[in-house]
Design a protein around this ligand. Structure first.
Ligand code: PMP
Ligand code: GLU
Length: 399
């Protein structure tokens, strides 16, 4: 079958393919420790499940408005007003089938062929491919480990051209877990103020999963003049342990949101009516459940970092949030197993999966081939077992 040129430009999501491989091996009875996919290991809280059952009983089982029900839009607006101090109206909100879908719709609505999108690297796997699907051109800006994987203002400035349409911003970050402080963001905001043609996509999906006494902020909170050209993307997947429910949203410029809604109207129509009702309940009543989940991730992050730094040759910045670490295993590339040289992060991940039954995502998929991404959304027992296996497998490699 002849396939489109568009398809030839993209790859399947690395995070989802690793998850599928890990699940297939587990089905064969192999005990896999899955550091692969990024989803909380907790169940959706009971009050949210109840709200979904209630929505079915009340008959919320039909098409809704394409861009989402007012009840959910209002819950989103209230959350953004209370937590970000930013005010928008319903016309600024589109509810989609996950944050991923919100991003996809936005890129389709904004980008023309050749429009450039600045992506700080390391980056979440799906950004470049989604930009390419919209005929845009990803422009990567290196943010090395030596700078804590953070974008510097001068590097952003150098990457901006007359064709730049968007900067993608993600803090805390997938894959690094690193978060930008207000003082890191002020110089970035100054650069953006000088270049009025550059809009911002603020992927805030991990905003609530932040450790210690860090203050979370996004660019329009740091510099109010950026509000009109910032698009906020968020969703319920991570904060409320609702990855399977597929609800995310986009908030920003009214015309762009209308265009993205039109695109959605010609593809998925509304996201699931029942999941929308449950998400409205999730957003309105959450504090204690979220706090205990974040505390748990924080204590696991300390354990994970300790175990990683005990492995000879491995380095890793301290994660501030989300549930990922992005350690550097460059020390082990070039080593051999059974006479075969492990050349890159893909081969190292494959070795760990086959020989140690550990699922990890190759750093190459996130723009840094010396690293592996580990999600620590696992029980302490699995983490302990996982790190024991990792240590043993790395020590077994020959120089
Ligand atoms: N952005 C980032 C950085 C993510 O890690 C994810 C996780 N899938 C998403 C967006 C989208 O999540 P979802 O589609 O489940 O809302
Ligand atoms: N965002 C998660 C991850 O990075 C979920 C999988 C995906 O949508 O890519 O693992």
């Amino acid at each position: 079958m002849k396939l489109s040129q568009r398809v030839a430009r993209i790859k399947p999501s690395a995070t989802l393919s690793i998850n599928a491989k890990a699940k297939a091996l587990a089905k064969q009875g192999i005990r896999i420790i899955n550091f692969g996919v990024g989803e909380p290991d907790f169940d959706t809280p009971e009050y949210i499940r109840e709200a979904a059952v209630d929505a079915i009983r009340r008959g919320h089982t039909r098409y809704t408005a394409v861009g989402g029900i007012d009840e959910l839009k209002d819950a989103v607006l209230e959350m953004i007003r209370n937590e970000y101090g930013l005010t928008y109206g319903r016309e600024n909100v589109l509810v989609s089938c996950g944050g991923k879908h919100a991003l996809y719709n936005l890129f389709q609505a904004l980008l023309d062929p050749g429009d450039e999108v600045i992506i700080p690297s390391p980056f979440w796997v799906s950004y470049p491919d989604m930009v390419e699907l919209a005929d845009g051109k990803p422009v990567f800006v290196e943010c090395p480990e030596s700078r804590g994987f953070k974008l510097r203002a001068q590097d952003l400035e150098k990457a901006i051209t007359p064709r730049t349409r968007l900067l993608i911003w993600n803090s805390p970050s997938n894959p690094t877990g690193v978060h930008y402080r207000r003082s890191d963001m002020e110089p970035i905001a100054q650069v953006l103020l000088k270049h009025g043609h550059v809009a911002v996509v603020s992927d805030d999906i991990y905003c609530r999963i932040l450790f210690g006494d860090h203050e979370w902020c996004n660019l329009p909170m740091v510099e109010g003049r950026l509000k009109d050209r910032t698009f906020i993307v968020n969703g319920v997947s991570k904060t409320y342990c609702m990855t399977g429910w597929r609800i995310g949203y986009l908030v920003g410029d009214r015309d762009a949101v209308r265009a993205a809604t039109d695109i959605q109207s010609q593809s998925t129509s509304n996201p699931t009516s029942i999941a929308q009702c449950a998400s409205a309940a999730a957003l309105r009543d959450h504090e204690s459940e979220i706090r205990s989940m974040v505390r748990e991730f924080e204590s696991r992050s300390r354990y994970v970092l300790k175990r990683l730094l005990e492995i000879p040759g491995v380095s890793c910045p301290q994660p501030d949030g989300a549930f990922y670490v992005f350690p550097n295993f460059g020390h082990y590339l070039g080593r051999k197993y059974g006479g075969k040289v492990i050349r890159d992060s893909g081969e190292l991940a494959q070795y760990l999966l086959e020989q140690a039954h550990l699922a990890v995502v190759p750093g190459g998929a996130f723009g840094e081939d010396r690293c592996l991404r580990l999600s620590y959304a696992l029980s302490m027992k699995d983490l302990e077992e996982g790190f024991n296996r990792l240590e043993k497998a790395l020590a077994a490699l020959e120089k």
